[in-house]
Structures are given as structure tokens and as C-alpha cells.
Design a protein around this ligand. Structure first.
Ligand code: G6P
Length: 356
């Protein structure tokens, strides 16, 4: 096992640091001649373009990846996107139509709730698309078409590199679906150039590791951590908080920043740590930790001393969630180690939940 971890102490740590490479393998051979080629979707693009809506379905981190993809899928395709947690869709027996494209997102391709929701969508006649990391999985066999994310095997129970590769796979999917639209050509070109530079920007943001370890040591005794994000980074807030909960066993909530004034603000006192994701496109009494674009520290935290700043490289706005989650993955990792918990096998959790 130690051989497989190489120079790393834990699989989660290794997988976080593998992201410059895993993102490259997700994109390998797929960005061609200024466009995107996805062999597993090619024959279905016309049908998808004609659909009435896209329904994203998944659980846990995979759901969060789909939530990160929602804004750019809507923008690049013009198709309305709705979000479904697989178990909740089944509980409600929510409406799925033949005119829908149901996109199932699952790292393992074996999550029971996601597979049952797939059976349900197939019965209802929807076109079913799979986004998975596991070739030959039940999900990839049962869906009509799809995209393998090619992130490489993920062993740590807490998903990290699969999350960022899922977002990139869905960005390529959105680019491919929207490729017939002349009005968004310039936008697509800028996202493709962002994808081409993403891996080097991820290498840059990984240099925050020591800073995140220091931040983690200042948070080890906190009872709770709030993470606020909005727009493209609402999903980053949910996913960052999920990482802290599942491995560091610390209460954490990700919230839509715009909703703060409608309730959560009541929780804020001098002691509650709050991470605000404010990369260029979003202050109060709590212990503020602000994530911002490099060079924006003075603008987002004019008071300087009272808030802590995490500066990250700026990339194409819709790809920013791939960058912004990485300091939070590192923070969750270091918090877990410093709090003395099991990184790769968190209490009560399984890598793949194959029961309902
Ligand atoms: C489990 C794992 C999570 C994962 C979720 C969905 O709960 O602990 O890390 O996000 O399942 O897994 P999937 O394989 O469908 O992406």
C-alpha cells in the first residue's frame, strides 16, 4: 500500500496532488482543432440539442460537481438545467420525460441510489447520459451514451480528483453541445483556452499547501466552519464543507452567500470561522477567511489585519471551481491529520454506497 502512496502519507493527499495530471488525462485527445471531440457523445449531440431540459442526477461529491457545471451548461447550451439528488428524485418519483436528457454523474458508476434513478429515467424514456470514472461500471453499461472522466483510480473515500475531472468533463460536454451556436463562439474559445491552461494553474494553487496546513492548525478546535460562495462557486462552498465534514469530522456548512442575510447570519459571532469564496465576480464580525483572485487581497479585505486571505490564480470564470476547491481539499486534509482522524477511511463512510 505504501508503495502505491509513493511519497505521500495518505491516498487523499496523493490524489489532491495528482490533479494537474488527472485533469490532463481527462482532456487528453479531446481538445482538437479549437473544438471538443467526445467520442462517447458524438452520435447523440443532435438529440441532446433538441431536448426540453437537462436533469443532473447524482449523490455527494458527484452531485456537487454537477451543481458546479449547471451554470455553464445553461449558458453554453441554452437548455434549462434542473438538479436532482438521486434518492430524493426516487422518493418524490419526480417527473422525468421522454424529451429530457438525464445526466447521471458518479465516480464509481455503482452508487445504488444513482443506479435506481437511472432505471427510473430509462423507464420514463429519457435519453440517459453517464459521466463516470469507471469503465465497464453498471452506469456506463446502462446509459445510452456518456463521457468517461479518465481521472485514474481514486482510493481515498473522500473524492477529490474525480470532482475536478467531473467538472472538466461536463465543461467539455457543454462545449460540444453548444458547438453549433455562432453567438457563443468567442466564449467557447476563451473556455477552451482556460482548459488548456488549467493544469498549470492547478499546479500553482497546490503551492498553497503549507498555508492551508497553517490555517488548519488555527481551526482544529473550532466547532464549526461556514463556507460561503455564490454563482459558479456555490458548489465550491458545498463541496468544501462536505470535505471538512466527511474527513475532519467537523461540522461545516456550505451556503449560498446571498442567503446569509436570511438566517445563517444569526450564527455569526467573533469565534465562528467563515470562509468566503470571492474570486473576482463578493464582509462582518466572524473570523473571516477570504478566498480571492491573486492581486485582489487589498480590495476584498481593506482592513488587512482582521481577515485572512487565500489568493488563487484566476482562470476562466466557469472553470474557477476547479481551482477554488483545491485549497479547501488541502484544508480538510490537514484538519483531519491534525485532529487525529483517519484520512482515507472516515468513520461510518464507504467509497461506494451500493445499498439504498
Ligand atoms: C459515497 C462517497 C462519496 C461520493 C458518493 C457518490 O458517499 O463516500 O465520496 O461522493 O458516494 O459516489 P459516486 O461513486 O456515485 O460518485
Amino acid at each position: 500500500e505504501q508503495i502505491k502512496k509513493g511519497s505521500y502519507d495518505h491516498f487523499m493527499q496523493k490524489e489532491i496532488h495528482e490533479q494537474p495530471h488527472s485533469l490532463k488525462t481527462t482532456m487528453r485527445g479531446r481538445l482538437k482543432d479549437g473544438g471538443v471531440v467526445l467520442g462517447g457523445l458524438k452520435e447523440y449531440l443532435k438529440t441532446i440539442r433538441r431536448c426540453r431540459r437537462v436533469v443532473f442526477i447524482g449523490c455527494g461529491t458527484s452531485y456537487n460537481a454537477a451543481l458546479a457545471a449547471r451554470p455553464f451548461v445553461e449558458e453554453l447550451t441554452g437548455i434549462p438545467v434542473t438538479m436532482e439528488v438521486a434518492s430524493d428524485l426516487l422518493d418524490r418519483q419526480g417527473p422525468i420525460y421522454r424529451e429530457d436528457t438525464a445526466v447521471f454523474v458518479s465516480q464509481s458508476g455503482e452508487t445504488a441510489d444513482t443506479l435506481l434513478a437511472l432505471d427510473y429515467a430509462l423507464e420514463n424514456g429519457a435519453l440517459c447520459v453517464g459521466i463516470t470514472n469507471t469503465v465497464g461500471s453498471t452506469l456506463s453499461r446502462k446509459t445510452h451514451c456518456g463521457v468517461h472522466i479518465n481521472a485514474g483510480c481514486e482510493i481515498g473515500v473522500a473524492s477529490t480528483k474525480a470532482y475536478t475531472s467531473q467538472i472538466v468533463a461536463m465543461a467539455m460536454m457543454a462545449l460540444a453541445i453548444g458547438s453549433d451556436q455562432i453567438s457563443t463562439q468567442a466564449r467557447r474559445d476563451s473556455i477552451i483556452s482556460g482548459l488548456n491552461n488549467l493544469s498549470s494553474n492547478v499546479s500553482e494553487v497546490l503551492k498553497l499547501d503549507a498555508g492551508m496546513k497553517e490555517l488548519a492548525s488555527s481551526l482544529i478546535d473550532s466547532e464549526s466552519l461556514l463556507v460561503f460562495g455564490r454563482g459558479y462557486n456555490y458548489a465550491t462552498a458545498l463541496e468544501g464543507a462536505l470535505k471538512v465534514k466527511e474527513v475532519a469530522l467537523m461540522h461545516s456548512e456550505g451556503m449560498l452567500a446571498g442567503e446569509m442575510k436570511h438566517g445563517p447570519l444569526a450564527l455569526v459571532d467573533e469565534n465562528l470561522p467563515i470562509i468566503v469564496i470571492a474570486t473576482r465576480d463578493a464582509c462582518f464580525r466572524g473570523r473571516l477567511i477570504v478566498m480571492c483572485s491573486r492581486g485582489d487581497a487589498a480590495a476584498v479585505c481593506p482592513s488587512g489585519g482582521s481577515c485572512r486571505v487565500i489568493e488563487v490564480p484566476q482562470v476562466a470564470d466557469c472553470l474557477q471551481p476547479v481551482i477554488n476547491i483545491i485549497p479547501l481539499q488541502l484544508l480538510a486534509y490537514h484538519l483531519t491529520v491534525l485532529r487525529g482522524f483517519d484520512v482515507d477511511q472516515p468513520r461510518n463512510l464507504a467509497k461506494s454506497v451500493t445499498t439504498q
